[in-house]
Design a protein around this ligand. Structure first.
Ligand SMILES: [Zn+2]
Length: 185
């Protein structure tokens, strides 16, 4: 599970460049183009007229346009987001919104405060350590250890500073280019 921070007016819709590439190949007379027209793959050697070009799609699912974000986004694993909210002095919620100026202040405070409580050292738990169960084998209680090895990548102060800096960039972008509201969810 992850949480993405973004700001409104943060996407733009552009023509799909893969569809456009397929059209260019067809116009160039390519014998075999991997593309779809009116819900069917274009066959080898099939001629597509200029009138039909607008119906050419790179794939069945493509609608001919791509919506892409032009605002910076910050994506965090939920556990990291929870820890970051603590640093920011905000109550953790899985979705919500905050004024970008408030977020900026929270980030500046967090960048200048003691973050050691949020740092997690990397750790490794060998296989068979959690959980275990006791089985009765031929009348003898026997411990069976279960579970695969677990590697926790940890969370370094550098990575925390990096996320905070990304949030600051998003807040600045929101103030300068959008409505000054940051949403997450
Ligand atoms: Zn496409």
């Amino acid at each position: 599970m992850s949480i993405t921070f973004s700001t409104t007016a943060s996407s733009k819709t552009t023509p799909c460049r893969w569809c456009e590439e397929a059209r260019q190949e067809l116009r160039a007379g390519a014998q075999w183009v991997q593309a779809v027209i009116n819900g069917e793959w274009i066959k080898e050697g099939q001629v597509v007229s200029e009138d039909q070009m607008k119906d050419v799609r790179c794939d069945f699912h493509c609608r001919g346009t791509i919506t892409e974000s032009i605002a910076p986004e910050v994506n965090l694993a939920t556990g990291n987001a929870r820890s970051l909210f603590g640093l920011l002095g905000l109550a953790f919620e899985e979705g919500g919104e905050i004024e970008a100026s408030s977020m900026m202040q929270c980030v500046m405070v967090a960048l200048n405060s003691d973050r050691s409580g949020a740092v997690v050292e990397p750790s490794e738990t060998p296989g068979g350590h959690a959980p275990s169960r006791i089985l009765n084998v031929d009348g003898m209680p026997t411990i069976q250890r279960m579970g695969p090895p677990v590697v926790n990548m940890g969370r370094s102060d550098d990575s925390i500073v990096c996320r905070l800096t990304e949030l600051r960039t998003l807040a600045e972008w929101s103030i300068n280019n959008s409505d000054g509201i940051i949403t997450w969810g």
